[in-house]
Structure formats: C-alpha cells, structure tokens
Design a protein around this ligand. Structure first.
Ligand code: NAD
Length: 388
C-alpha cells in the first residue's frame, strides 16, 4: 500500500522538454512525477515556441529564469548551477527523442523518454550503451504497465496458474483517426509524417503498448520470427500505416498477435491483452484497468479486482486507496514514475535494485526493434522474417 511517504531522500531536481500547453501527454508526466514527491519540477524547455513555453513554465510555478527557449540552452545553463537538474523527461514528437536523450545522457542526467525511444535499433542500442557507460537511468513511459492488475497477471503466469503459455493475443485498436482528422489537428499531423513520426505510425504509436505489457507478463519470451501486414486506409497517410496486423512466433513455440490500429471506428481504446495457457487464460482491458478476467477451462469465468487480498502480494504493493475505488491511468503512471525515481536514486548511490522492474532503456530498444522488424516484413509483402 502506498501512503505517500518519501521514497527518495530528497526529491530529484527535474525538468521537462516538451509537454507544453496543448500537448497531449505533458500533464500526465507532471502529474505522475509530482504525485509522490519523488521529483521537483525546477526547469523546462516546454514548447517548440520559446515564448509560449516560458509563459507556460511560469504558470507551472517554474522560476522564469529556468524556463528555457530550447533543450540545448537548458542543459548548458543548468550544468553551471549547483542545484542544476538531475533528470529530464522528454515529451516531444518522436523525431527529436534520439538527439535529446543523447544530449541529456552526455550531460549526466537521468532520462524519462516518451516512446518510441528513436527510429532505428542501431540508434537505440547506441543510447543503451551510453546510458550504461554513464550509469544513468532511462525510463520509457509505457504507462499502462503501471496498473496493478498487470503485476497480478505477471505473478499468475510466473506461478503457473495458467499452465504453459501458448498464445498471446494483443491489440491497441482505437477509432479516433478513422477519418483524416490530422488535417485539423497538430498533434495528429506529425504522427503521419515519416520525418517526424519515424518508420511507422500505429505500430509505434499504439502497438508497442500491449507489446510491452507482454514483456512484463512474459519476461522470458523471445520472438523468433514475425509477419506483418500494414494498410493505409486513409490514403493520404501512405507510406505510414493506420492499421497493421502482426503475427509472431516465439522461440518456445508459443504464438502471438498484435492488432495496431487507429481506424477501428467506434472503438475507444480497444487496448487489451489475452494470455492463453494450457489450463486457463487471463485477459486485461485498458478500459477496465482495475480488473483481470481469469478463465479456468471448465469453470465459470472470474473477475479479479484490484486491491483484493486474493491477489498476489506483489500486486498489492502499489495500491493507493483500497479495493472498490477506481484507480486509473494517472495512478499507473505515478507507480512507474516512483519506480523510475527509485532506480535513479539507487544509481546515484552506485547501486542496482535487482527486483525492481520498470520500462527501462532495454524496453525502449525492444520497442524500436519490434517496429523495425514489422516494417521490414510489411515492406517485403507481409512475409515471415527472422527477428533481428
Ligand atoms: P503533441 O504534439 O501534442 O505535443 C508536443 C509538445 O512538444 C508540444 O508542447 C510542442 O510545443 C513541444 N515540442 C515539440 N518540439 C519540441 C522541441 N524541440 N523542444 C521543446 N518542445 C518541443 O505531442 P504528444 O501527443 O504530447 O506526444 C509527444 C510524445 O509523447 C510523442 O513521442 C508520443 O508518441 C508520445 N505519447 C505517448 C503516450 C503514452 O501513452 N506514453 C501517449 C501520447 C503520446
């Protein structure tokens, strides 16, 4: 149970790049980082427009002198201060993540980076090596992984409650972009521009979320080969896809599928993961995040609820309010930001917390690798490709 007591000796001095006024994801970063007093927002380069960014920073109670016009100025100026920033969150469009993460690590900061970490596996591995060399933490905001029932699923699978795992069925298929909404929406416009979004749209934007959930639930599963078929149902989005089906074969013979889409008309998030074992299956749906469906072959289906004592103790540690009350994405993200803070704090002391999992830089690398393999398959006519 979380009571809001301190996790780190002193709040980590923290800044944001991006996440400015009007951005989709900036507020939940701040809300999650500040919720448990792990971080203190002391600086920022919040916006591509420096004036707007400064005004916004001031409205967030950031010292006007520490509202910077761009990240390069911020890193240079903060390095001169004794109380300079120790960590930075990057919530800018995809095409900037690589250079900003690299600059932050080089300047000796811990990083929380939005997904995708970058565009190519080569770049991602370079960042992973740099983080290791500098002994800095990089967290990736696969925020749904912070929900308690994801931990419950991980524990159930590890304890053999489902039997041997055979099938992992994943999807993140919403309907918000069924029409060419990007024509009137800046946040969507860059998502369909390969120069800013990278080599894919929905695979990277949404498909990597359930993929990471599968990595949390099945940490030992390795993809052996995959096949991916991509479509641009809104033609102007080509060459980027707005729908993709991926089939994966794991090294242990299990099979997985991911439906990534933004044209699933009528669907809100359509984000779920079903893990099928020899004895039983579980299913988690992001629109009912406090519950996990547990279906044992030959028995009536059960709904497990967050916060109840029948869950594994590991799933109860992140409980904030007790069963019955709704927790949601903001709590899930707060749980992840707490883990980021614990990892950063330990790294600063020269320690590693062995039992602490969180979406780390390796998860960032794996997300980029998956997208790259999917695109390679799709570009070659939706053929099976060995996973590289
Ligand atoms: P957005 O277009 O709504 O906002 C981007 C913000 O970054 C704006 O405030 C913009 O002014 C600012 N910005 C752009 N370039 C900048 C730069 N060089 N320096 C400083 N600020 C800059 O985008 P968004 O939807 O908030 O997405 C941002 C990132 O977050 C993307 O990588 C996206 O994939 C990711 N995202 C993740 C999730 C998640 O669940 N983890 C959800 C949505 C978006």
């Amino acid at each position: 149970m979380i009571y809001g007591e301190k996790n780190v000796e002193k709040p980590i001095r923290w800044a944001m790049v991006g996440g400015g006024k009007g951005s989709q994801i900036g507020y939940i970063h701040r809300s999650a980082a500040l919720r448990d007093h792990n971080f203190q927002l002391v600086a920022g380069a919040f916006d591509i427009n420096p004036e707007r960014g400064r005004d916004f920073g001031v409205n967030l109670h950031v010292d006007p002198e520490r509202c910077y016009p761009d990240y390069k100025t911020m890193f240079a100026e903060e390095a001169k201060r004794e109380d300079g920033i120790q960590a930075v969150s990057i919530a800018t469009p995809n095409g900037t993540h690589y250079e900003i993460t690299k600059a932050a690590l080089t300047a000796g900061m811990h990083v929380v980076c939005e997904k995708p970490l970058c565009f190519t596996t080569e770049e991602a591995e370079e960042l992973e090596a740099l983080a290791k060399e500098k002994n800095r933490i990089v967290g990736i905001t696969y925020g749904y992984a912070g929900h308690q029932m994801i931990e419950q699923a991980r524990q159930m699978i590890a304890n053999g409650d489902l039997g041997e795992i055979r099938i992992v069925k994943m999807q993140f298929a919403h309907g918000f972009h069924s029409a060419a909404v990007e024509e009137g929406n800046a946040s969507t416009k860059w998502r369909v521009d390969p120069k800013v979004a990278g080599p894919s749209y929905v695979l990277g934007d949404v498909g990597t979320h359930p993929l990471f959930l599968s990595e949390v639930m099945l940490p030992n599963f390795k993809i052996k080969k995959l096949m991916c078929s991509c479509q641009s149902f809104v033609k102007s989005r080509a060459p980027l896809e707005d729908n993709a089906f991926t089939i994966m074969e794991y090294e242990n013979g299990a099979m997985g599928t991911v439906w990534s889409s933004c044209v699933n008309a009528g669907s809100m998030h359509g984000h779920s993961i079903r893990v099928v074992g020899g004895k039983a299956s579980i299913e988690w749906d992001d629109e009912r995040p406090n519950q996990l469906r547990y279906e044992v072959q030959g028995q009536p289906a059960q709904i497990l609820d967050r916060g109840m004592d029948y869950n594994y103790p590991e799933a109860l540690t992140a409980d904030r309010i007790g069963a019955g009350h709704a927790e949601g994405l903001f709590e899930g993200w707060s749980n992840l930001y707490t883990r980021f803070a614990l990892a950063m704090d330990a790294a600063d002391r020269g320690e590693t917390l062995e039992n602490l999992w969180y979406p780390d830089i390796h998860a960032g690398v794996e997300g980029v690798r998956w997208v790259e393999n999917c695109v390679r398959s799709a570009d070659n006519g939706a053929v099976w490709v060995d996973y590289k």
